[in-house]
Design a binder for this molecule. Structure first.
Ligand SMILES: Cc1cc2nc3c(=O)[nH]c(=O)nc-3n(C[C@H](O)[C@H](O)[C@H](O)COP(=O)(O)O)c2cc1C
Length: 404
């Protein structure tokens, strides 16, 4: 019988199957075609397999890609293997409460939907489907500057305060215009993304685009204007501003009453600077491995950021979170909430709103099981004594499959 390792090697080498499997975040041997209803999907990796069968190769490439050789992308997943759970027993866990309040916004669960641009590439309902799923399940959502859908429509579908992710552009008057529009749409917080000042090299994206035989020019003919830029002349304007420094926080606060969150912090000294300059929150993030190559996994960055912030403002994390146990570890290490990017977009690409809801259900169920199994009835109970840093990454694999 085929050993799992040999099987994976076979997948990686097969000219028929490789193109997608080689890029899969974590290979599950299930074929996506077989799963026709969201309820059949047992974990987020299977949701990725279904999305692969529905989303065109070039768009799927945009979703899965890291940068260069995808080293940081991998580190985000592998970093979690370094940390092990220390369960405490015989605690009354008959009640399970996963609710959180971050910067005054209530949510039923610590998982929030990260800003992911251009969701029209994955499903015609795009950000509206994600927002409706977030509303039904009571999750926070941050809307990307690069949203395919107008912020006002998404805010209505979200039906609770939405947060807005900002790429400042290199024109300050445009930054001001976007901040005013987001606030007028009802957003209560803005997350400024600071990890892409120098562009990026998304090779996996380009490799998968080669597999796509559709004529990209049909849809991607310039000038393309995202809804948030309507009324602004974007000709020659950069999406990010390489000259930004920490005083941007104060400048934003002069324009808006929204809480200002800094997204893309990886080191403690930057976290301290963010607090010093008046940030209301920090997201430990490397853009899902899409910014700087050969970085650490975000879970490995979290402890030094939490130590530097020392409880003064909430620290949130995203990158590589695929299991309830991942969320539990991040919460134990001091995160106030945990973001998912690709997993909910796999759900979106696979089944639209129902797929996003299924992903949230799966992750919430896994987290609830982990919380009960570890003796932590509420999120606030999940402290540092529930996790151990092994100091090195531990190989992972599905043992059950190895012995089949
Ligand atoms: C397809 C895609 C598009 C993204 N677009 C944005 C964006 O517009 N703004 C932003 O701040 N982050 C963006 N991100 C990064 C996410 O907000 C988040 O940091 C990352 O996806 C988390 O990692 P994960 O995908 O491993 O969960 C994007 C990520 C992906 C996968």
């Amino acid at each position: 019988m085929f050993e799992r390792r040999e099987f994976l090697k076979f997948l990686a080498a097969s000219p028929l199957l490789t193109n997608y499997s080689a890029f899969a975040q974590e290979v599950e041997e299930t074929t996506g075609e077989r799963l026709t209803d969201p309820s059949e999907v047992i974990n987020v990796f299977e949701m990725e397999a279904v999305a692969r069968t529905k989303v065109p190769p070039a768009h799927f490439g945009y979703l899965v890609t890291g940068v260069d050789s995808d080293g940081t992308l991998r580190a985000n997943r592998e970093g979690y293997t370094r940390f092990q759970i220390r369960p405490h027993r015989l605690v009354d866990v008959s009640r399970n409460d996963m609710s959180v309040n971050v910067l005054g916004s209530e949510a039923q669960s610590p998982f929030f939907l990260c800003p992911v641009g251009g969701q029209g590439a994955f499903h015609p309902d795009a950000e509206l489907a994600s927002a409706r799923a977030a509303a039904v399940k009571g999750h926070h959502m941050i809307l990307s500057t690069m949203s395919s859908t107008a912020i006002e429509a998404v805010a209505e579908a979200r039906d609770s305060p939405l947060w807005f992710q900002l790429y400042s552009t290199n024109r300050w008057e445009y930054t001001e215009a976007m901040l005013r529009r987001a606030e007028a749409a009802g957003c209560t917080a803005v997350a400024l993304t600071i990890d892409l000042p120098g562009g990026r090299n998304t090779e996996t994206d380009r490799l998968l685009a080669r597999e796509d035989d559709r004529d990209c020019a049909v849809c991607h003919t310039p000038p393309r204007v995202k809804p948030i830029f309507e009324g602004l002349n974007m000709r020659g304007v950069g999406i990010t501003d390489p000259s930004l420094t920490w005083d941007v926080i104060g400048r934003m606060k002069e324009v808006t009453n929204m809480r200002v969150i800094i997204k893309g912090v990886e080191v403690g000294t930057d976290a301290a600077l963010a607090v010093q300059h008046g940030a209301d929150g920090i997201i430990v993030s490397n853009h899902g491995g899409r910014a700087t190559e050969t970085g650490r996994g975000t879970i490995e960055c979290l402890p030094e950021v939490v130590a530097a912030v020392n409880g003064r403002i909430p620290v949130i994390i995203d990158g590589g979170i695929r299991r309830g146990t991942d969320a539990f570890k991040a919460l134990a290490l001091g995160a106030s909430a945990v973001g998912i990017g690709r997993p909910y977009v796999w759900g979106l690409g696979a089944f639209g709103q129902a797929g996003v809801e299924r992903v949230l259900d799966l992750l919430n169920r896994e987290l609830a099981i982990t919380m009960r199994g570890s003796g932590t009835p509420t999120i606030a109970d999940i402290g540092s004594s529930y996790v151990l840093d092994a100091g090195h990454r531990v190989p992972r694999g599905r043992l059950g499959r190895d012995i089949l």
